[in-house]
Design a protein around this ligand. Structure first.
Ligand SMILES: Cc1cc2nc3c(=O)[nH]c(=O)nc-3n(C[C@H](O)[C@H](O)[C@H](O)COP(=O)(O)OP(=O)(O)OC[C@H]3O[C@@H](n4cnc5c(N)ncnc54)[C@H](O)[C@@H]3O)c2cc1C
Ligand code: FES
Length: 357
């Protein structure tokens, strides 16, 4: 299980009118993480397990023990607005330690050229990756294509400008604004689209390195366009990293009636192996395995409950299940038995899921 930590807020920095960076003191609690990973805050609202929201770390491992996350308001959003309105120095938050696969291996000796593509709050994990790469001894080149509405909405605007100045020979910063206040501010205007992504592939620093790695984070539409363009251009999956913050709900996949025989209608028993013990959990029709296990009192790891963050990842040992819409696992990982219990549903009896890592 991912340990829960209590971290005090050391300072708050307003980045834009609708976003703040919250810095925590992680002394003695977090001694490393991979740039690109996220923290999960647990807010003590009523209900099982509190309300959990993940926020990408925008600081770098060498800034520890200080660690920061940037939170942008979402319209009518519960936690993002609460934090923007109320987070204060000295408050303590319950936090799940850094997690996530969208990360840079900063311990490697030779870091390749990096192309970072982000929009809005999607800059947060990219900022940690960018700063780490610019300090890396192998001095990789970094390109950042960053989309926003206007100059005032650019999170980390001054910090990015300073990095560009101090690493002008290695860091190419390309802003694109849909509604610039001053038309001469950005080199590009409009949303991040296929032509802007294709143009990145023609840059000399990208052409010169056969091992360029791409990191994409931002709203769903932008991510889809960027990833599809890169895939069509032949960028292999291993060099293409993506992080979603949110996906609009789609039709939930539940086991088809053909897959579930008459005798198996109603609750289906699932065996869960967790922390050295075996648990029998009854999963109701249409219910996710994670939800049923939490109802059963199991303290399984989770955050988003939307198939995005990957924290509920487990292994299917035997039996059948369907996995609904998700952004975390590749087809290969699913073929090898990996599953997400938040969007996973049993098909028939005999399903055994293991959390033993
Ligand atoms: C791995 C991961 C990393 C993340 N990192 C960051 C980060 O660095 N900074 C950051 O600001 N957020 C980040 N998020 C998003 C964050 O976890 C919350 O989802 C977000 O703050 C909204 O929570 P809320 O409680 O305010 O909104 P909710 O009360 O959960 O939702 C309110 C309404 O907004 C919709 N909605 C929720 N989230 C979004 C969204 N992101 N875009 C559009 N509509 C939405 C919901 O469907 C609902 O209708 C990350 C999410 C994940 C999974
Ligand atoms: S809890 Fe986030 S993917 Fe399942």
């Amino acid at each position: 299980m991912n340990p829960h930590l209590k971290l005090p807020v050391t300072r708050i920095k307003r980045e834009t009118s609708d976003s703040i960076t919250i810095y925590f003191d992680a002394s003695g609690k977090i001694d490393s993480f991979f740039p690109g990973q996220f923290l999960t805050l647990i807010l003590p609202f009523d209900g099982r397990g509190g309300v959990r929201r993940s926020y990408s770390i925008c600081t770098t491992p060498d800034q520890l023990p200080e660690i920061g996350v940037c939170v942008k308001r979402v319209d009518n959003g519960l936690v993002s607005n609460l934090l923007n309105d109320n987070a204060k120095e000295g408050q303590q938050y319950e936090i799940i330690e850094p997690y996530g696969q969208f990360s840079l291996n900063h311990k490697i000796t030779l870091m390749p050229t990096l192309v970072l593509i982000g929009a809005g709050s999607g800059i947060t994990p990219l900022m940690s990756i960018l700063k780490t790469a610019l300090r890396h001894p192998s001095q990789p080149k970094v390109v950042l294509l960053y989309g926003n509405r206007d100059e005032d909405n650019i999170i980390f605007r001054d910090e990015l400008a300073a990095l560009q100045q101090s690493s002008a020979d290695r860091f190419r910063l390309i802003h694109t604004l849909t509604k610039p206040i001053n038309p001469s501010f950005s080199q590009q205007t409009g949303r991040i689209d296929s032509s802007k992504v294709t143009a990145l592939l023609e840059l000399p620093e990208v052409l010169q390195d056969a091992n360029v790695n791409f990191y994409v984070c931002g709203p769903e539409g932008m991510m889809h366009t960027a990833v599809e363009t890169l895939e069509k251009s032949g960028i292999p999956r291993a060099r293409l990293h993506k992080e979603s913050f949110y996906t609009a709900p789609k039709t939930e996949i539940t086991p088809s009636t053909e897959a579930t025989s008459k005798s198996e209608e109603g609750a289906i028993p699932v065996t869960i192996l967790f922390e050295g013990q075996q648990h029998e959990v009854l999963v109701e029709q249409g219910q996710g395995i994670l939800e049923a296990a939490l109802d059963h009192g199991l303290d399984l790891p989770y955050a988003c409950q939307m198939g995005i963050c990957g924290m509920c990842r487990a292994v299917k040992v035997t039996g059948k299940m369907v996995i609904g819409d998700q952004e975390s696992l590749s087809e290969d990982e699913i073929a090898e038995g990996a599953c997400l219990t938040c969007v996973g549903h049993p098909v028939g009896h005999g399903l055994v899921i293991s959390y033993e890592r």
